[in-house]
Design a protein around this ligand. Structure first.
Ligand code: HEC
Length: 169
C-alpha cells in the first residue's frame, strides 16, 4: 500500500515538475541547437510509423506517364517545394538550412519512399515541422499525385528536363 502511495506521489511531483519546466518558460524552443539524439530518434520513428499507417490512398493517375511527371515537375516548382527541398539544377533557399528538422534532399529519399507516402506527406504536411499541408490550402488530390509521380522520378530527372517541364506553358 505504502509502495503504491509512493509511486502516486512521485507521479504527482513529476507532473508538477514538468509543468514548471514547460509553462515556466525554462524549456527552450530555439531551433539553433541540434535535438538531443534520443529526441531526434523518437521523432523520426514516430513520423515514419505515422506516415506508414496513415498513407493508404492509391494513385488516381499513372505515375509513370511522362505527361503526369512533367505536370508534377511544374507543380513542384510553382508550389514552392524548391525553396525548401531544392530540385534538379535548382538550389534550395538559404533559409531552409535554418529549419529544424531541416528539409531533406528528396532525390536521396525517393527510392525509399512509396508514392502513397509522398502523396500523404504533401497532402497532410508534417505537423510542427516546416513541411506544409498542401491539402489544407486546397491543392487537389490529382495535382498531389502528379507531384508524387515526379518526386519518385527525381533521382533520374536531369537538370534540363526539370527546366523544360517546370517552365512549360
Ligand atoms: C517551408 C519549407 C518546406 C516546403 C515549402 C516544402 N517542404 Fe517538404 N519538408 C520540409 C521539412 C522541414 C521536412 C522534414 C520534416 C521532418 O523531418 O519530419 C519535409 C519533408 C518532406 C517529405 C517527407 C520525407 C520523409 O522523410 O518522409 C516529403 C516527401 C516532402 N517534404 C515533399 C515536399 C513537396 C513535394 C513539397 C512541395 C509541394 C514540399 N515538400 C514543400 C519543408 C518543406
Amino acid at each position: 500500500m505504502r509502495f503504491l502511495a509512493m509511486i502516486g506521489l512521485l507521479g504527482i511531483l513529476g507532473g508538477i515538475g514538468a509543468a514548471v519546466v514547460f509553462f515556466g518558460g525554462f524549456y527552450s524552443i530555439s531551433a539553433i541547437p541540434d535535438d538531443p539524439p534520443i529526441v531526434a530518434w523518437a521523432l523520426t520513428h514516430v513520423r515514419n510509423a505515422s506516415i506508414d499507417r496513415h498513407a493508404v490512398e492509391t494513385p488516381t493517375v499513372s505515375l509513370t506517364d511522362t505527361a503526369v511527371i512533367a505536370a508534377g515537375a511544374k507543380a513542384f516548382a510553382q508550389r514552392g517545394c524548391v525553396s525548401c527541398h531544392g530540385g534538379p539544377g535548382a538550389e534550395w533557399a538559404k533559409f531552409s538550412e535554418g529549419l529544424r528538422p531541416d528539409p531533406p534532399d528528396l532525390k536521396d529519399l525517393a527510392d525509399a519512399l512509396q508514392p502513397r507516402e509522398i502523396f500523404w506527406v504533401v497532402k497532410n504536411g508534417i505537423n510542427m515541422t516546416g513541411m506544409p499541408s498542401f491539402g489544407r490550402i486546397g491543392v487537389d488530390d490529382k495535382e498531389i499525385w502528379t507531384i508524387a509521380a515526379f518526386v519518385k522520378q527525381l533521382p533520374k530527372v536531369t537538370d534540363e528536363q526539370f527546366k523544360t517541364w517546370s517552365t512549360a506553358p
